[in-house]
Design a protein around this ligand. Structure first.
Ligand SMILES: CC(C)(COP(=O)(O)OP(=O)(O)OC[C@H]1O[C@@H](n2cnc3c(N)ncnc32)[C@H](O)[C@@H]1OP(=O)(O)O)[C@@H](O)C(=O)NCCC(=O)NCCS
Length: 404
């Protein structure tokens, strides 16, 4: 729903060439001189919603908006005229609320089954999660406050949101045209679905940074998910351990490779390093760290270990254990590991080793049993991005599942 000053938007739009469509290219600095946007607490949301209800009697309840903003604080943006804004007691004069929707939420928005008066929180992406679509939920911005709309929409131009289409469903006649000057056009689509009842700002040409053309020297560290990636790990380990350190095949591939997580490091498309992680009740064990000879001393091993620590912390581990070749103790120490108290020293596969340990802080957002089941089934390490199985949920229960 939308309540705002159309003339102001039209005048602002006329100042721009008609071809300019990207939010990035708008005269945001000019607009920002007049208005400020900021987040508010539950009471602030209630006050702004109560004021909006005088113009928009049909809007949803304060409690629902507060719950959604609690789920994702990027949802609700208060607006004030710059000369009325005081940091010591920030008071909104209008607002824009937008729903960052998951894949399922965006599908339901387009097919008309999303209850936008009381949206299911499972359909709303969390703050650190890339949404599949953004829905302009409600705008109350009268007079010059309307200048803040592009400011709010520009919040959704951060890398996390780049390329994500923005949708709106204006109820009033004014609202039908108000977003047009910002690049919205009638009709909306997503994932093969189409509706004429929404407007859409098509941002599909603004590719997210991660999808943009990959520089040839880009370093990536990823969890191994396929046989092809596992073959790359085995190639690196064969070169490093069997080739350089003359480790016999049966000692290098010791029967523990199928009870582990493997990380593979690439520079561009070339596999250059890897590490194996095995999990025990109280700790995660890092082993088989290897970087190809020609790629060494550029910090790659450090990046692999850091990525492993982050992955394991997210899984709930905070104690990390490794067997350091004695000559490499300083490498592990630079990553936070220390020689364990009473550390045992031992020899295997022709090298002498010592036990090292790192006690990290518990990850504040580690996975727990309270986690959404659909988040738990996402690919390891990609718990912030909707996974393939969420997409399958739209198929519902197959008849076979209920048979016999
Ligand atoms: C150990 C290894 C993984 C380091 O990879 P890397 O990408 O070169 O490591 P980084 O660039 O992140 O760090 C380099 C550091 O490693 C240490 N290091 C690497 N090779 C070393 C060696 N032969 N002797 C002593 N220290 C060594 C150094 O401390 C160096 O630190 P510097 O910055 O002071 O020079 C790589 O040399 C390798 O694969 N070695 C053979 C396999 C192996 O021994 N694995 C370790 C089992 S515990």
């Amino acid at each position: 729903m939308t309540a705002l000053d159309l003339d102001f938007v039209r005048k602002a739009a006329k100042k721009r060439p008609a071809t300019v469509r990207s939010l990035d290219k708008m005269t945001v600095l000019q607009l920002a001189r007049r208005t400020v946007i900021f987040t508010v607490d539950a009471a602030g949301i209630a006050a702004l919603m109560d004021a909006a209800r005088l113009d928009l009697p049909g809007i949803t309840t304060n409690r629902i908006v507060q719950n959604v903003a609690n789920h994702n604080p990027d949802v609700f943006w208060a607006i004030a005229r710059r000369d009325h804004y005081a940091i010591e007691a920030p008071k909104g004069e209008g607002f824009l609320a937008a729903l960052p929707l998951t894949h399922e939420g965006t599908r339901r928005l387009i097919d008309g089954t999303l209850d936008t008066k009381n949206p299911d929180l499972a359909c709303i992406a969390r703050q650190s999660e890339r949404p599949a679509g953004i829905y302009v939920w409600c705008i109350h911005a009268k007079g010059s406050l309307v200048a803040a709309i592009p400011l709010v929409l520009q919040k959704f131009s951060a890398p996390l949101y780049q390329g994500v289409n923005i949708y709106s469903r204006p109820i009033t006649k004014e609202g039908l045209r108000v977003l047009e000057p910002l690049g919205f056009s009638p009709g909306a689509r997503y994932d093969g679905l189409y509706t004429p009842h929404l407007q859409m700002l098509d941002r599909s040409h603004e590719l997210p940074v991660a999808v943009a053309a990959e520089p040839v020297d880009q370093v990536t560290v990823q969890v191994v998910r396929s046989m092809d990636e596992m073959a790359r790990v085995m190639a690196v380990r064969s070169a490093v351990y069997m080739g350089e350190q003359h480790c016999p095949f049966e000692e290098e591939f010791d029967g523990n490779d199928f009870s582990a997580t493997h990380l593979i490091c690439h520079v561009g498309r070339e596999p250059v390093g890897c590490m194996r992680i095995r999990y025990f009740g109280e700790f995660a064990k890092f082993e088989r760290l290897a970087v190809r000879n020609e790629s060494r001393n550029t910090g790659l091993a450090g990046r692999i270990v850091d990525a492993a620590i982050e992955l394991c912390r997210k899984k709930g581990y905070s104690t990390f254990y490794a067997h350091s070749q004695k000559r490499l103790l300083s490498f592990w120490e630079r990553r936070g590991f220390t020689r364990m108290q009473g550390a045992r020293e031992f020899v295997f596969s022709d090298f002498d080793y010592v036990e090292v340990k790192f006690e990290a802080e518990r990850h504040p957002a580690r996975i727990t049993l309270a986690e959404d089941p659909l988040v738990l089934i996402r690919p390891e390490g990609q718990w912030d991005v909707p996974g393939i199985l969420e997409k399958s949920a739209v198929r519902g229960v197959a008849p076979l599942a209920n048979a016999g």
